[in-house]
Design a protein around this ligand. Sequence first.
Ligand SMILES: Cc1ncc(COP(=O)(O)O)c(C=O)c1O
Length: 398
Amino acid sequence: MTTTGEQWKQIESDYYMQVVNRMPMVLDHAEGTCVYDTDGKRYLDFTAGWAVLNIGHSHPAVTKAIQEQAGKIMQMSNLFYTIPQLKLAQILIDNSVMDRVFFCNSGAEANEGVCKLARKYGKIKKNGANEIITANNSFHGRTMGMMAATGQAHYQDNWRPLAPGFVNVDYDDIDAIKAATNDKTCAVMLEPVQGEGGVNVPAPDYFKQVRAWCDENDLLLILDEVQTGMGRTGTLWAYEQEGIEPDIMSVAKALASGLPIGAMLAKEEVASHLVPGDHGTTFGANPVTCAAGVATLREILDNGVLAAGRRASERFVGRLRSMEDRFENVTEVRGRGMILAINLDAEVSADVVAQCREKGLLVNNVRPDAIRFMPPLTVSDDEIDRACDILEEVLSGL
Ligand SMILES: Cc1ncc(COP(=O)(O)O)c(C=O)c1O
C-alpha cells in the first residue's frame, strides 16, 4: 500500500522536532529546475535547494559520479589518503586565490573552522588576539559559535549566553569596523552579498576599504562564500568582482550539488598555523561527496555554466526591472548574478510565496517585504519567462 502525501505529513507532525513550518506539499523527485510532489504536480524551483543546485537537480554527471564512487569506496577516516578529496582540493586551489583547503560537512562547520583558524593565527601572530568582527544581518550558520557570529537577534536571543569573541557591526559601513577594532581583534568575517539577511549588496568600494583596513591592522579578512560561491553571483567566487583577495574563505552549499559538504580555504601564510591534531572530521572529505564536488566543478568550469548563468541573470533582471516599472508594489530589484530579490511596498511576501507556489513556482520570502530568487545557473529562458509570468499574475492580484 502506498503512503499518501497526507500520511507522510502526519508522520512528520507526530515524529519530527517541530523546528520549521513546512511547505504543504511532499516532494517526490526532481530534475533540472523542476521538482515534483507526490501528486505529480510540477514546480519551478527558484530556491534551488537553497542556493545549492547551481547546475540543477540531479545533474547526470553528478549522479553518475556518485554512483560510481559509492560502489568503489564510500568512507574512510582522514587518517588515510583517498583520491576524490585530493582531486577536489586541486581544482579548488587551482581556481581560486587560496593555497590550502580543508573539507567538512556544512557551511556552519566550515565557518567554525575558519574562526578556529583565525584564532590560531591571533594566538601565534597577534599576542592572543581572538575577536572576530562580523556584520549585522549576516548569516553564518546555527552552531553555538555561529549564532554569535550571525548578527541577527532572531538567531541569538533564545540561546544566550552566546559564545564570546564575536562583535556584530553594521554591514556596508567601514567606520563601524574601524570603531570595533581593538587589540583583541584578529579578523573580520563578511558575506560578499548577504543572502539570508535579505540579499544586501554593499557599496562598490566597501570591500576594498575593508581589505585596506585589515592590511593596515594585520587583521585577517574572511569571506563567507557559502551562498555566493560556485558561480552564484556570476563569477566562480564573489570576491573576483570586488578586486580584492580574502585571506580565508568558507564554501559549502553548491560545492557538491546537494551532498553535504563544506570547505575552508586559506592562504599559505595563514593555513600554515594549523598543525596535525588542531582540527578534524569523520565524514568531511568523504569520497562520495568529493566525487560529486569534482563532477560539479568540472561541469561549471568546462561547460560554460558561469557565462550561461550571467546571461540568464540578465534576462531575469530585465523582467524583474520591468515589473519594478509597471507594478507600484515592487519598490526595488537588487542582487547579483542569480541571487536576486525584489522589495515590495508592504509585508506581503509570505502571501506572494504561497500564491506563487499554488501556481507552480517556488520562491523565498527572505524578508516580510522581500522575495528572494536563487534558481539554478542553468535555468532556461522559458523557465525564467514562465516564473516571471507567474510572479506578475500574483503581483497584479495583490
Ligand atoms: C552565507 C552563509 N553561511 C553559512 C550558512 C550555513 O550553512 P549550513 O546551513 O550548510 O550550515 C549559510 C546557510 O544558508 C549561508 O547562507
